[in-house]
Design a binder for this molecule. Structure first.
Ligand code: HEM
Length: 147
């Protein structure tokens, strides 16, 4: 029961994160916070680092939700192979994406790495979306048609 809401929350937070990421990129704010993992002022940064700080904080929150969804899928006895795969793949992608985010900063927004960051984000969204769909089907009878 909780699994589907955990998966849905992951999807909503991830969508918001990608929205913020797109804004940072389009507004040219990618290097406003040049340090990693914290911005120069620490946990609560100045206004100038705010948008980058939001992206990192929401990324960490997304990571926690996606990992929790994966654990939920793997311990749920009704869960099949598909949801176990999509959730585990999403977890691997989110860890990769957060690591890549740090490298993107370190390489001063290397164009290829920013493109890969976007590509992994889209793949991650697809995996979390599939996980939500499978989670909402859990426990429902499977219909077989002759068509
Ligand atoms: C689950 C984790 C993350 C997701 C899904 C994500 C997603 C995105 C997306 C979709 C963009 C827009 C890319 C574009 O329009 O080309 C973006 C931009 C960006 N992300 Fe992330 N991100 C994540 C984590 C991080 C982390 C941890 C950092 C580390 C600081 C980071 C740093 C950046 C930067 C600097 C940009 C702007 C790049 C530019 O200026 O072109 N991201 N992110």
């Amino acid at each position: 029961m909780i699994l589907k809401y955990l998966a849905l929350a992951s999807l909503v937070i991830l969508y918001s994160l990608m929205f913020v990421g797109g804004y940072i990129s389009a507004a040219g704010l990618g290097l406003t916070c040049p340090e990693w993992p914290l911005c120069p002022n620490g946990i609560m940064p100045d206004d100038e680092y705010f948008i980058e700080w939001v992206h990192r904080t929401v990324a960490a929150t997304t990571g926690v939700f996606i990992l929790a969804t994966t654990i939920g899928a793997w311990i749920n006895k009704d869960a099949g192979r598909k949801i176990k795969f999509t959730s585990a793949f999403a977890s691997a992608l989110v860890v990769t994406q957060i690591t890549l985010g740090a490298i993107v900063i370190d390489t001063k927004l290397h164009a290829v790495l920013v493109a890969i960051h976007l590509g992994i984000g889209i793949l991650l969204f697809a995996m979390v979306l599939l996980t939500v769909l499978f989670a909402f089907r859990l426990g429902k009878p499977v219909l077989h048609t002759n068509a």
